[in-house]
Design a protein around this ligand. Structure first.
Ligand code: BG6
Ligand code: MG
Length: 220
């Protein structure tokens, strides 16, 4: 495979914001008086804000009006933004900046494919924005992961074929989105959770472009 572009999820791959999302949803669950665990949280990863809220309410067996849902989502984002506004370049996960630079030095395009409407702010706060040739965030897409839209649009903006792209994801929904777009996907995180990924690494630390070798399907 000739890799012309690498498309990155943001939360949980390049920065540790997945932790902030969890903490703030947990606050809401506490307020609504039900238990919300890290295992439950896996279902929210990669999913849009409103879809995450729906899943959270389903876990708590809570029914809410549309107006209440909008208020919950707004409150969640307000508290989440307090975390984001304090981010600095030091909050980039180990190896991310180096790996993005490595790709650039090999002439591989870099794209962001995030469900977050706060993605640009995070890229600005962490000084990552200039390392991307294309940025697709939650404001540009209509369909959330596992729909392939976020990555298909990234490939289109970079003028590459989906078969020339590799996606980096920490969420099950994101891996499915990459595969639905016809792209290879590297899972970043635990092999037990990211079982559907084509390759899995614990993080981007020490990763080199030469490590991106996919097992031959025929020999599996
Ligand atoms: C994804 C996260 O990147 O963005 C989800 O994995 C989150 O957990 C989603 O819900 C939407 O983020 P935001 O910043 O628009 O609320
Ligand atoms: Mg993620």
């Amino acid at each position: 495979m000739i890799i012309k572009a690498c498309l990155f999820d943001l939360d949980g791959v390049l920065v540790d914001t997945a932790r902030f999302h969890f903490l703030v949803w947990k606050q809401l669950a506490d307020k609504l008086d039900f238990d919300f665990t890290e295992t439950d949280n896996e279902r929210l990863k990669g999913v849009s804000r409103m879809d995450s809220l729906e899943i959270l309410l389903e876990i708590g067996n809570i029914s809410a009006t549309e107006e209440e849902k909008l208020n919950f989502a707004e409150e969640k984002n307000r508290i989440y933004l307090d975390f984001i506004r304090q981010m600095t370049p030091n909050d980039v996960l180990p190896g991310s900046r180096e790996f993005l630079n490595e790709l650039k030095s090999h002439g591989v395009f870099t794209g962001l494919g995030s469900a977050s409407k706060n993605a640009r702010l995070i890229l600005e706060k962490t000084n990552l924005l200039s390392l991307f040739d294309a940025v697709v965030d939650g404001n540009l897409i209509r369909h959330a992961k596992p729909n392939p839209e976020v990555f298909a649009l990234g490939a289109q903006m970079l003028r590459v074929e989906s078969t020339e792209c590799v996606v980096f994801e920490d969420a099950v929904a994101g891996i499915q989105a990459a595969h639905n777009a016809g792209m290879k996907c590297i899972g970043i995180g635990s092999a037990e959770i990211l079982i559907e990924a084509d390759l899995i690494f614990p993080g981007l630390m020490n990763l080199r472009i030469s490590n991106l070798v996919f097992p031959d399907l025929a020999s599996r």
